[in-house]
Design a protein around this ligand. Structure first.
Ligand code: CDP
Length: 255
């Protein structure tokens, strides 16, 4: 069973998706981290951030791999090839670079297949921008998380402060507005709410409230649709072509 969580930058998707996955004992996939890893490395290699063909070839040339810290239940580290990109992909530099990279249709096709392949391996909470609309249109539960942009900037600023990253509120506010604008207006897989997604405005909710709300909905769906074991996975099997069933370019550290 797939739980798709989409929404704009800073809406709390990552922390909420992780907590929901922990509550339900699901796997967790951060699709934004995949685009960020490609954008970060492409910059370092001097690849034009809007050259979809070059980006696709580049992303195919190395594995994107999620890895676990000792004792962790969910993966928290992202590798591109042999390089641990975890900290660098959250910097303002990569914030800026990722939107044009994620707007390239050639790269998205490749990422889409990798994401579907992973999701077909079990129960997943998957977060991103196009999970309920494009990647897993048959997801058992779709959530569209929002919050007013000022609140999102406030949260991101606090988060950056704890991570030792630049945390000026006005700069972050502008960067979120720019990224939302780009993500919502791009031609390919724009950020939009799936018709059957449940919209949750979290502006005045605590993280615990959001997590509990989604986990309760997910438990209902799991019991109704999949039976108590939640094992049904029909929503993930989306006709993946055989040649793309080779997972060598994308490896879940647990498999
Ligand atoms: O954490 P935050 O919401 O700031 O961003 P993210 O989820 O890490 O995603 C970074 C960027 O990747 C977004 O601004 C999108 O441009 C892109 N993205 C996407 O296009 N499709 C996805 N499924 C996930 C991310």
């Amino acid at each position: 069973m797939i739980i798709a969580i989409d929404g704009p930058a800073g809406s709390g998707k990552s922390s909420v998706a992780k907590a929901v996955a922990l509550t339900l004992g699901f796997h967790y996939l951060d699709t934004g981290a995949m685009y960020r890893a490609v954008a970060a490395k492409a910059m370092a290699h001097g690849i034009a951030l809007d050259d979809g063909v070059a980006l696709r070839e580049f992303s195919k040339s190395r594995r994107i791999r999620f890895a676990y810290e000792e004792g962790e239940v969910l993966p928290s580290r992202v590798f591109f090839g042999d390089e641990d990109m975890t900290d660098y992909i959250r910097t303002p530099e990569v914030d800026k670079a990722v939107s044009p990279v994620a707007g390239c249709i050639e790269l998205r096709g490749d990422m889409l297949m990798k994401q579907r392949m992973l999701g077909s391996k079990g129960n997943y909470v998957v977060e991103g921008r196009d999970i309920g609309t494009v990647v897993f249109p048959n997801a058992a539960l779709k959530i569209f998380l929002t919050a007013c942009v000022e609140e999102r900037a406030r949260r991101r600023s606090l988060q950056n402060e704890t991570r030792g990253l630049p945390s000026d509120f006005d700069t972050i506010l502008q960067s979120l507005k720019d990224r939302d604008d780009y993500d919502m207006n791009r031609d390919v897989a724009p950020l939009t709410r799936a018709e059957d997604a449940i919209e949750l405005d979290t502006t005045n909710m605590t993280e615990e409230e959001v997590v509990r709300t989604i986990a309760d909905m997910a438990k209902d769906v799991r019991d109704k649709v999949c039976g108590a074991d939640g094992g049904a996975n029909d929503d993930n099997l989306l006709g993946i072509p055989e040649e793309l069933q080779d997972l060598s370019c994308y490896e879940d550290a647990r498999s």
